[in-house]
Design a protein around this ligand. Structure first.
Ligand code: HEM
Length: 175
């Protein structure tokens, strides 16, 4: 997986927990900090899972809590800075969440070794979207936190629920 995900996770722990905690996390993971913090590096998925595991054990937070903190940081701080041209093309949560499949395909083209998640969308009613998450990585928990972060970025209320390991529902509330 691209180092952009691990770089963002460590930047989130720097900001929310302090640099010393990030240091403990990196040491507990046994991985090379420079590589983890380099957005264009190639991080084996198993190494990312080590970093995530070390983040949970060091902060003593649940996967859902860290996924929410990561998702908020990615959507409100990291992506608007690093992927400004992408984020600024969307006007609300609905458009961004529906546009994400295309965004990830675009990333696949831009970076040789990326193989990002793919998404299928099905409207259950006017305001209830069913998203099918397709990735061998089984990181749907990160998807849930990221989708909640999209709502925070646009200051819109969303209820995001994991149904199973490949399905999420997102309820939108009209302004
Ligand atoms: C807004 C700008 C975004 C950009 C530029 C972006 C780009 C990327 C990139 C480059 C990766 C690494 C893929 C790889 O190395 O194969 C990735 C992973 C991922 N992205 Fe995004 N992303 C964005 C937003 C989001 C949002 C808002 C969500 C969910 C609502 C999301 C869901 C995921 C998940 C779950 C992964 C982990 C990898 C996996 O599950 O296979 N992304 N993204």
């Amino acid at each position: 997986m691209k180092g952009t995900i691990s770089a963002c996770l460590l930047e989130m722990t720097d900001v929310r927990y302090g640099a010393a905690v990030s240091q403990t996390i990196v040491e507990a993971s046994g991985l090379d900090e420079f590589k983890l913090r380099s957005p264009l590096s190639e991080i084996p998925d198993s190494d990312f899972m080590k970093l995530l595991g070390a983040t949970l054990s060091t902060t003593k937070k649940s996967l859902e809590a860290i996924a929410d903190e990561f998702g908020e940081f990615w959507c409100c701080t990291y992506a608007p800075r690093v992927y400004k041209s992408v984020v600024s093309t969307f006007k609300n949560s609905r458009d961004l969440l529906l546009g994400l499949d295309k965004v990830h395909v675009m990333m696949t083209k831009a970076y040789k070794n990326a193989h990002p998640p793919r998404f299928d969308y099905q409207w259950q009613s006017d305001n209830l979207l069913k998203v099918t998450y397709k990735s061998d990585r089984n990181m749907i928990d990160l998807y849930v936190g990221l989708a909640r972060g999209v709502g925070k970025y646009f200051k819109e209320r969303l209820v995001v629920r994991k149904v199973d390991d490949s399905t999420v529902t997102i309820q939108f509330f009209p302004a």
